[in-house]
Design a protein around this ligand. Structure first.
Ligand code: ADP
Ligand code: ASP
Ligand code: MG
Length: 411
C-alpha cells in the first residue's frame, strides 16, 4: 500500500472554495495510486476565536476543558471536508484523534504524542481511499481529550507519516515553502529548495512558525521527508531532509525571530551550589520551558540570574519564583515582556568562525542593543527590544546576503 500524508493549514481550509482546492490536491495523489491520509487544521482564526471565547467565560480556563473546546475547530474541518469528498464519490471518512487513537501524555495544551495505533488506520485504508484526520488533537490513556500546542497539526501529520511509513509528508500552507526568513516580514526573502532537519529545527525553535518544532523532531527521528508547499499553486516547495555536503557549504541559511519572549531577572541571589537548581527545578516541574539563561559574575557572594520564558508563561513563572525567592536570597524579581529574539541559523557555521561577530556588528549598525546572547553550533540568538525586531531581521538578512543565491565558503 503506497501511503502519502498531506496536511492543510488553517488558511487552506477556510471556506468551501479553499476546501475545493484542497480536494484537487488530494485527487491528484489518488490518481497516482496513493492512499491519502489528510490532516486538517481548524479554519483560519477559529482556534484564536475559541481561545477568546473561553476568556470571556473564565479568567483562567481549566486546561482540560480548554482542550475539549479547542479540538472542536479541527472537528468542524474534517467533517465538512469528508462531506465534500463523499459527494464526489471518493471513499473517505473523518477521524478524530481519540477515535484512532493518537495517545498523548496529560500535558493539556501542549501534549506530546506517545503512540499512534496504526492497526485501525491500516484496516480503514483497505476500504477507504482517503482518511481525513483532525490535526492538533489526541487523548491520554484515560480518554481525556488533549491538544498538541499551537501549530500542532504539523506534528499530527508527521507523526502519522512516521507511524504509517508514508512515502512523504506534504505540508500545504499559505506560503510556497520555507524561506530564508519570514516572507511576510522581509520582501526579498528567498525560497530554499532544501533545508536540513537540524536547520529547520533551529528555525522552528527560534520562532519560524511555518513548521511546529515537534513535527521536525519527529521527522528527524524517523527520517520522514517533509515537503512544505503551497495549497494555491503547483510549484515545488521546500524539502526538509537529511543534511548533505551542499548544505554544509552554505554559511547561513536563515534568520528567525520570536516575539513570544519574556525576560525575568532575580537580583543578588546567593552564589552557592544549589541555587540554580532551586530556581529551575520548580519551573521544570510545572512544565515551563526556560530558554536563555545568564548568570552574572559574583560580587560579595551574590549574583544576578536572568532567564527567558514564553510570554504566556511569565506570570506563572513569577508566581513559582516568588515562592522560593527568600530561600535563595533574591532581592528583587524583575521582568520585561517587551523583548524578542532574533536568530541567525546555518549548518555551515559548524566549520566557520566569525558569524557571531558579523551579526553583532550588523545590529550595532542600526544601534540595536543586545540584551542576551545564546549560541549553539549552528545558531546565534540575540535578545533585543521587541520594537526593533523587523529592522533586525531585515538588516541581518541583508548582511548575510540571504536575498542572493548562496555564496559557498563566503567568509
Ligand atoms: P498554517 O496555518 O498553514 O499552518 P502557519 O501560519 O502556521 O500556516 O505558518 C505559515 C506562516 O509561517 C507563513 O505565513 C509565514 O508568515 C510564517 N513564517 C515564518 N518564518 C517563515 C519562513 N522562514 N519561511 C516561510 N514562512 C515563514
Ligand atoms: N488549529 C491549531 C492552531 O491554530 C493547530 C494548527 O493549526 O496546527 O494552532
Ligand atoms: Mg501552522
Amino acid at each position: 500500500m503506497k501511503i502519502i500524508v498531506q496536511k492543510f493549514g488553517g488558511t487552506s481550509v477556510a471556506g468551501l472554495e479553499r476546501m475545493k482546492q484542497v480536494k484537487a490536491k488530494v485527487e491528484k495523489k489518488l490518481k497516482k495510486g496513493y492512499k491519502v491520509v489528510v490532516v486538517l487544521s481548524a479554519m483560519a482564526g477559529e482556534t484564536d476565536r475559541l481561545i477568546k471565547l473561553a476568556m470571556e467565560f473564565s479568567k483562567k480556563p481549566d486546561p482540560s476543558e480548554m482542550d475539549v473546546l479547542l479540538t472542536t475547530g479541527e472537528q468542524v474541518s474534517v467533517a465538512l471536508f469528508s462531506m465534500l469528498l463523499k459527494d464526489a464519490g471518493i471513499k473517505a471518512r473523518s477521524l478524530l484523534g481519540f477515535q484512532i487513537p493518537i495517545h498523548t501524555d496529560k500535558a493539556y495544551g501542549k501534549a506530546r504524542i506517545l503512540d499512534i495505533d496504526t492497526e485501525k488506520l491500516i484496516e480503514l485504508l483497505k476500504t477507504n481511499d482517503v482518511l481525513v484526520v483532525a490535526g492538533f488533537q489526541g487523548c491520554d490513556f484515560q480518554q481525556n481529550l488533549t491538544t498538541l500546542g499551537r501549530g500542532g497539526s504539523d506534528t499530527s501529520a508527521v507523526a502519522l507519516a512516521a507511524a504509517l511509513n508514508a512515502e512523504i509528508c506534504e505540508i500545504y500552507t499559505d506560503v510556497d515553502g520555507v524561506y530564508t526568513t519570514d516572507p511576510n516580514v522581509c520582501s526579498n526573502a528567498r525560497k530554499l529548495p532544501k533545508i536540513a532537519y537540524d536547520e529547520m529545527l533551529e528555525m522552528a525553535s527560534m520562532g519560524a512558525k511555518v513548521l511546529q518544532i515537534r513535527s521536525v523532531e519527529f521527522a528527524k527521528k524517523y527520517n520522514v521527508p517533509i515537503h512544505v508547499r503551497s495549497t494555491f499553486s503547483d510549484e515545488p516547495g521546500t524539502l526538509v531532509v537529511k543534511e548533505d555536503e551542499v548544505m554544509e557549504s552554505v554559511l547561513v541559511s536563515g534568520i528567525a525571530y520570536d516575539k513570544d519572549q519574556a525576560r525575568i531577572t532575580l537580583t543578588e541571589v546567593y552564589d552557592e551550589p544549589g541555587v540554580a537548581a532551586a530556581i529551575f527545578e520548580p519551573l521544570a516541574a510545572h512544565n515551563i520551558v526556560v530558554d536563555m539563561i545568564v548568570q552574572n559574575p559574583s560580587h560579595e557572594g551574590r549574583t544576578d540570574i536572568t532567564f527567558t520564558v514564553s510570554r504566556k508563561e511569565m506570570d506563572d513563572a513569577i508566581k513559582i519564583i516568588d515562592r522560593i525567592k527568600d530561600e535563595i536570597g533574591a532581592k528583587e524579581v524583575l521582568y520585561d515582556k517587551n523583548v524578542a529574539k532574533v536568530s541567525v541559523i546555518g549548518v555551515g557555521m559548524r566549520n566557520h568562525s566569525g558569524v557571531a561577530a558579523i551579526a553583532f556588528r550588523t545590529l550595532k549598525s542600526e544601534n540595536i542593543n543586545i540584551l542576551m546572547i545564546s549560541t549553539s553550533e549552528i545558531k546565534i540568538s540575540c535578545l533585543i527590544e521587541e520594537k526593533y525586531t523587523e529592522l533586525a531581521v531585515r538588516t541581518l538578512h541583508e548582511a548575510f546576503g540571504l536575498d542572493k543565491e548562496p555564496q559557498m565558503e563566503s567568509l
